[in-house]
Design a protein around this ligand. Sequence first.
Ligand SMILES: *Cc1c(COP(=O)(O)O)cnc(C)c1O
Length: 231
Amino acid sequence: MGIKENLKIVQEQIAEYSEKAGVNPGSVELVAVSKTIEAPKIQQAYDAGQRMFGENKVQEFVEKSEKFEKDVKWNLIGRLQTNKVKYIMNHNVFLVHSLDRIGLAEELQKQGEKTNNMTDALIQLNIAEEETKSGLLTGEVDGFLEKVTQMDKIRLKGIMTIGPNTDDEMAIRRVFAKTKQIYDRLCAQMPSFEYLSMGMSHDFGLAILEGSNMVRVGTAIFGQRDYTNIP
Ligand SMILES: *Cc1c(COP(=O)(O)O)cnc(C)c1O
């Protein structure tokens, strides 16, 4: 099946789950995760109307962003190395999903001051508390928020999490529900909050049922990634 058809199926599933969740289907943003995918395939999704894309490697993002029209909204979703921050300044990053440590916030602020660049970012939470995952633990969020709200080159736009690595749907839903609770609590004090980014190809339906308004979907749109193919 082609990318255009896959995209349509994913959009229909988003609409279906949104309806079940009792929210307007238009209120759930789709980030098409294009990491490792070559430009011609991304172009197919673009031609089908998709504008939000997600990348996880800075170099790959920079190369691709130069190939595409300026109306693409590039999301950075993977662990962002501090020494790579300077390369994303003034590069049209729509949203960083992986603000997961104070050192990264400090570097975004420092480079932002140098280049007069504002970064919109989501705080990544490790709700599943899996050791292999990045992200702040629940108890660390308030202290982190207090520090980062002092930084005028970072605008906090919400929360991101990755579901637990399991087939147990209830366990996945519990993690998403817990994240939504934290998101709602923080929304009350953070008027800039707008996005709750959770859900990937295998669990975006569950994420929407639990209140996600931004899903990051790669495989279901572009097919299995070929890791021998990274530019
Ligand atoms: C790769 C990736 C995705 C997309 O995963 P799929 O299973 O291909 O949909 C979503 N979020 C993050 C953080 C990723 O690294």
